[in-house]
Design a protein around this ligand. Sequence first.
Ligand code: HEC
Length: 258
Amino acid sequence: MSKIFHFFIGLSLIALFGCENLGPEEPMEFELLDGPLDGLTISEQQRFLAGDIAFNDDVFTVEKGLGPLFVGTSCASCHSGDGKGHPFNQLIRFGNNDLNLPSMLSFGDGRNQIQNKAIPGFEPESVPDGFPFSVLVAPAVTGLGLLDAVPDADILALADPSDANQDGISGRPHYNIPPEFTKIRNNSVPQGNNYIFRFGKKAGSYDLLHQSVSAYNQDIGITSLYDPIDPFSGLEEDPEISTQTLNDVVFYLKTLLT
Ligand code: HEC
């Protein structure tokens, strides 16, 4: 390769990495879907606002309980402007069905998410050798209240476990046992103790409270009354976020629509 070619590669690298801000750009105001459902009462609007602030503006620091291991410092650090995430803010989950590999339960807090950042003095996690993993980008969170309101019967009616309609897509409801802190939907169609889960990748969460509790714990290292186990030590901790704030965030997600 010629010297001049090297020079241009060097220049392009400076152009790529030389700028101070390597994060994604802020979305423009008109691009945001950050308004509430119509018809909220004044006190509901106040709850929406409190949830909005907790979701978008609450940036966790060491003083506020961040980590010690974490992936992002706020909900909005991944769900920028309530919208889709960006490849800069990825989340990694790993796991296997291979009985010859050590169980993933023996890594970290025994859960399948990698906390790839750490506060000073702690070692971030990385995917253990030989484990398959997926890299995920945060989805937009607008309109989830509508999904929350869909009756189980409709989900079951749309299920197509063996691709009977031959559109190349098979879909089956994910049945699992909801955590004790969730409130079971009135119109549920359970199978024994198992209920249809509907939020997150592969519908891993029962409801918006379940998803938010896990996000605080697994993504930010923030314990709550409902999930008090610290992802680093695996030990129970006093809540680092109030149940009031959690409920405000859930109310915000349920009513975030326009
Ligand atoms: C490190 C990045 C990251 C952070 C920080 C983060 N999320 Fe997420 N979020 C994701 C990803 C990736 C998904 C999709 C995969 C999954 O969780 O199953 C997701 C999914 C969700 C969903 C479900 C969306 C759907 O369509 O089902 C909700 C609700 C949500 N997050 C809320 C939150 C809240 C509340 C916070 C803050 C407490 C938060 N997230 C923090 C990355 C993040």
